[in-house]
Design a protein. Structure first.
Lengths: 112, 111
């Protein structure tokens, strides 16, 4: 299974942009890149996903490298509510198994 | 319901007893996942259902763990003869195509 590598933790100031990196050098052509986040004492929640092109939604933006071996989740203006563990996950959509393989994630700390 | 519902939210059980955890997925979602998460750790995959069948049971840690799904809806995860190392938060998620929706989890404590 393709794996992802993320920094263990990152700090950012409130109201500033945050760039969360993810390396996935063994990604296959049919793997989508998904991001989830988990707030303290809650289940994970979906943030965004993409295949090749950059993606934007109301929560964040996803920038995908041209070779697809890395991606960056961008929070444009971090708030204290964005403090969470962010997970970068690859999901194969060709096979019948849509299993999500989770790494340790990046703990994002927001300083007021 | 509006989201994935899990019950109970908390369960304390004595070592050696059996426990049953329940997951009500979002109506119409064909895929259902069970994960477990120990304190401060990432999610550990347990089992995945597509409809009522489980094409991937590779994550079940031992034969004490079993899961079933009936009517393509509710799923139960059963742990027999619980051990202290089974203590964790058990998370259920359901999905239709891309986005997976998670419940709040069941916190299991084996004493």
């Amino acid at each position: 299974d393709a794996k992802t590598t993320q920094p263990n933790s990152m700090e950012s100031n409130e109201e500033e942009p945050v760039h969360l990196p993810c390396n996935h050098s063994t990604i296959s052509g049919t793997d989508y890149i998904h991001w989830y986040r988990q707030l303290p004492s809650q289940g994970p929640e979906y943030v965004i996903h993409g295949l090749t092109s950059n993606v934007n939604n109301r929560m964040a933006s996803l920038a995908i490298a041209e070779d697809r071996k890395s991606s960056t989740l961008i929070l444009h203006r971090a708030t204290l509510r964005d403090a969470a563990v962010y997970y970068c996950i690859l999901r194969d959509v060709i096979g019948s198994n849509y299993q999500l393989i989770w790494g340790a994630g990046t703990k994002l700390i927001i300083k007021p | 319901g509006a989201g994935v519902s899990q019950s109970p939210s908390n369960k304390v059980t004595e070592k050696g007893k059996d426990v049953e955890l329940r997951c009500d997925p979002i109506s119409g979602h064909t895929a259902l996942y069970w994960y477990r998460q120990s304190l401060g750790q990432g999610l550990e995959f347990l089992i995945y259902f597509q409809g009522n069948s489980a094409p991937d049971k590779s994550g079940l840690p031992s034969d004490r763990f079993s899961a079933e799904r009936t009517g393509g809806s509710v799923s139960t995860l059963t742990i027999q003869r619980t051990q202290q190392e089974d203590s964790a938060v058990y998370l259920c998620a359901s999905s239709l195509v891309n986005e997976a929706f998670f419940g709040q989890g069941t916190r299991l404590t084996v004493v």
